[in-house]
Design a protein around this ligand. Structure first.
Ligand SMILES: C[S@@+](CC[C@H](N)C(=O)[O-])C[C@H]1O[C@@H](n2cnc3c(N)ncnc32)[C@H](O)[C@@H]1O
Length: 258
């Protein structure tokens, strides 16, 4: 594992010290020559080196100028790789479909998930990510604790592949990490989905409201059940079922999703 010149000074940033984990991360997100893959926070290239071998078009983004320089020197001959020195919080996302493979700085997990998963017209199709263990548990909970998490889980198949012990990183973080995979699901009516989620999490128990109880049951949702215990995929199934019902009106999505 290459040494990390700035690692001791970059608080909250941990570098993969085991090539096997980087290889497994890349294998978890099948991509090929026609795919565009973003790597957020490439560091010194522990993951980049495996990504380049996939033949996909890789854009590796790194904020630290010293790391960006090291990356440029290390991968000078890699024609399918572009290194961009930029901040991943405001880097312009591509307007074509893309994948993300990255070990993301813990402190940016929520910000990046919002950028990638919130927008109705997100171009993200799949991802394999190393994130902090507690964050991984929250985003993969069978019954998410708030509608924002449910929005992500209803529109993406988010799976916890494995726990990654702290000793696999340098410097060693205080907590373990996890490998997550994400795959965009097909959803027919995001407006219906968000309205259902928002209402469900506002009320203590599932109510049919204007819907027939039969609609709920067809999606596997039992009326009267605590709303926060329903798996988000069931709300997505209900939204899909109701997408063509012209008698129902769904309000516009909040601005942050548009
Ligand atoms: C968790 S480390 C991962 C490094 C490398 N991919 C690895 O796995 O060893 C995160 C990397 O993100 C970079 N980074 C932190 N904040 C960033 C930001 N806002 N924009 C771009 N890169 C950032 C750090 O400099 C660091 O190289």
């Amino acid at each position: 594992m290459p040494t990390a010149p700035r690692a001791q000074r970059s608080s909250g940033v941990h570098f993969l010290a085991t090539p096997g984990i980087a290889a497994q991360l890349v294998q978890s997100c099948p991509v090929g020559a026609h795919d565009l893959v973003l790597e957020f926070g490439a560091g010194q290239g522990a993951i980049t080196t495996h990504l380049v071998e996939t033949g996909a078009r890789i854009v590796a983004i790194e904020r630290d100028p010293e790391f960006a320089r090291v990356l440029c020197a290390r991968f000078a001959g890699s024609e399918n790789l572009k290194i961009v020195q930029a901040d991943i919080r405001d880097f312009s996302l591509p307007d074509r479909h893309f994948a993300v493979v990255a070990s993301i700085p813990y402190a940016l997990s929520t910000t990046l998930f919002r950028r990638l998963l919130d927008p109705q017209r997100t171009r993200l199709r799949r991802a394999a990510l190393i994130v902090e263990w507690g964050f991984a548990k929250r985003v993969t909970a069978a019954a998410p604790r708030d509608p924002g998490l449910a929005w992500w889980a209803a529109r993406f198949d988010i799976r916890l592949v494995r726990r990654i012990q702290a000793e696999y990183f340098r410097p060693r973080p205080r907590v373990d990490s996890a490998l997550l995979t994400l795959e965009r699901r097909h959803t027919r009516s995001d407006r219906a989905l968000w309205t259902l989620l928002e209402n469900a999490y506002r009320t203590p128990a599932v109510r049919a409201g204007k819907l027939a109880p039969g609609n709920l049951r067809a999606a596997g949702i039992e009326p009267g059940r605590p709303a926060g215990t329903v798996a988000p995929q069931r709300w997505a199934a209900l939204a899909d079922q109701l997408a063509d019902d012209r008698a129902l009106h769904w309000p516009p999505l909040p601005r942050r999703f548009r």
